[in-house]
Design a protein around this ligand. Sequence first.
Ligand code: PEP
Length: 255
Amino acid sequence: MNPTKRRTVIAGNWKMNFTPAEATAFINEVKPLVAGKDNCDVIFCAPYVTIAAAQEAAKGSNIKIGAENVHFAEKGAYTGEVSAQMLTACGVEYVIIGHSERRQYFGETDETVNLRTKAALAAGMKVILCLGEVKEQRLSGITDEVVAMQTKLDLLGVTADQMKNVIIAYEPVWAIGTGLTATPEQAEETCGVIRKTLAALYGEEVAEATTIQYGGSMNEKNAGELLAKPNVDGGLIGGASLVAEKFKAIVDAAQ
Ligand code: PEP
């Protein structure tokens, strides 16, 4: 973590959890626990239908509410999708794009992730761009190549100036929701590969300024060690973002 150069961001990904009433209750519970923790940004990315309730409950606090995906078209015949224009009209600033569950279960590719990223940025949103290797790729020793290629493909056509609105979440797929966590050394090494790739694409200044989170079974026990690594600038948190005390402990570890 290097607070002088880049912002630490702790973001929760609620996935398909919390009704509006549950989201309200959760935000009311977590709000006092993270109040005043100004050394990091605190975000919860919510299902579309709970965003408004979460925003209302988070009013006046340091918690920001984001979305979990966005479509690349402005509007049209895309049943079930939501555009960046719709999200910004609802006051939504942050959006997760390219989560491995979207890639794995909903057929998203680096190409659609890239299109969604460019659309969100063009609409003025801040993107949490997820990428990471699957287990077989890590075991085959090709993690570095995989994440470098994903970084390049997912950011194709994104300008250096737009990079100030991009957060990258390095999420080894084998660690998501499995209880298996990358070691702090693995997280540091692979976040470092992503940063090097950004430097090659955009130059050192942009690379040094870009927040790169780790995600994958980060919890109240392992967050301290992971966040202590110089290239790990925060966390994207699934399971532990549904439990106020666990999430608070992660925010505390980021202070
Ligand atoms: C995620 O969904 O982005 C994630 C990291 O989940 P978990 O923390 O549950 O592994």
